[in-house]
Design a protein around this ligand. Structure first.
Ligand code: ADP
Ligand code: MG
Length: 292
């Protein structure tokens, strides 16, 4: 495309809520045939609310929430705000935690007194050698309903789980349907658990689901698809999406997401409205046609 037509397209993109950081990205969007897309904060609002607390035997709701809120106080993850809001609402004071550490794409870790405490997904627990045991069945049932469940462990024992539900953005369904009409294949890549991912993916008509993915897994997925000849756009909002955004032919960040995501992407969707991807693809294709 000529510099002039790209400039015009950039202006039109801005009108449609697509901020162009890299002109080439808009150009490349015309040829994209596969969209890899994050779930939390991208397809969903990224504003989860706590829907349930399940303390293991010998534990209480109160103790679970005190510890979870303390661990999440230092985290920027959307799940953290859900837990902190619930604690505040219920007048639960966070416990005193030291040595806080975020494990990107898995959870958080710290020390409560002399015991190590962990809050996060099954991978975080299994890497620490913690058996989820009796909690698993109920956790899976909630996941099948589309809820996100995170485990809490104290010392070497699983001490409970917290369940959260994150509504799908009202514009996601429309955007997925329109992208299908434009011939794109849509692959969800999420760090969340498989049943949760399936429930959300099914509601939206997503073609393929990849769950339990670390940031490196997401990047590798994009790389593999590209090496097989696909032209790949990646849409995401988090630190966990940044490597995949940079790896894609076109990186698309949510304007509602983290700065690192936006810095790793050629395009940013204002307000995180996925219909911007649809507008972008149409615009890019029209721009290319005009100069031929
Ligand atoms: P997504 O790919 O859906 O945006 P992430 O990669 O950010 O999800 O997180 C993957 C999973 O890791 C979450 O579903 C959750 O189980 C766990 N996790 C990540 N960060 C946190 C956190 N701060 N607190 C608890 N769990 C977390
Ligand atoms: Mg996300």
């Amino acid at each position: 495309a000529t510099p002039i037509s790209i400039m015009v397209a950039t202006g039109r993109g801005a009108q449609a809520g697509v901020l162009v950081r890299e002109a080439k990205a808009l150009e490349r969007l015309a040829a994209v045939d596969t969209l890899v897309i994050d779930k939390t904060g991208t397809l969903t609002e990224g504003k989860p609310a706590l829907t349930g607390l399940k303390p293991a035997q010998g534990f209480t709701d109160q103790k679970l929430l005190e510890a979870a809120a303390a661990l999440e106080a230092g985290s920027e993850h959307p799940l953290a705000s859900a837990i902190l809001a619930a604690a505040e609402e219920r007048g639960v004071k966070p416990a005193k935690i030291s040595g806080f550490e975020a494990v990107t794409g898995q959870g958080v870790r710290g020390k409560l007194g002399r015991k190590t405490v962990l809050l996060g997904n099954a991978a975080l627990m299994s890497e620490a050698g913690i058996d989820i045991g009796a909690l698993e069945q109920e956790a899976e049932a909630r996941r099948a309903d589309g809820e996100t469940v995170i485990y809490f462990a104290e010392g070497r024992k699983a001490a409970g789980f917290l369940a959260m539900s994150d509504p799908i953005k009202p514009t996601s369904g429309e955007a997925v349907a329109a992208l299908h009409k434009l011939g794109l294949k849509i692959v969800m890549a999420t760090g969340d658990a498989e049943p949760t991912a399936r429930a959300v993916g099914k509601a939206l008509g997503i073609d393929e689901i990849r769950a339990g993915m670390t940031p490196a897994d997401k990047q590798e997925l994009v790389e593999t698809l590209r090496s097989k000849g696909a032209v790949v756009a990646m849409a995401g909002d988090g630190i966990n999406d940044a490597p995949a955004l940079a790896q894609a032919d076109v990186g698309i960040a949510m304007g509602t997401g983290t700065d690192i995501a936006m810095e790793s992407a050629g395009l940013t969707l204002l307000r995180g409205d996925l219909r911007g991807v649809v507008a972008g693809v149409k615009l890019a294709r029209a721009t290319l046609r005009n100069i031929k």
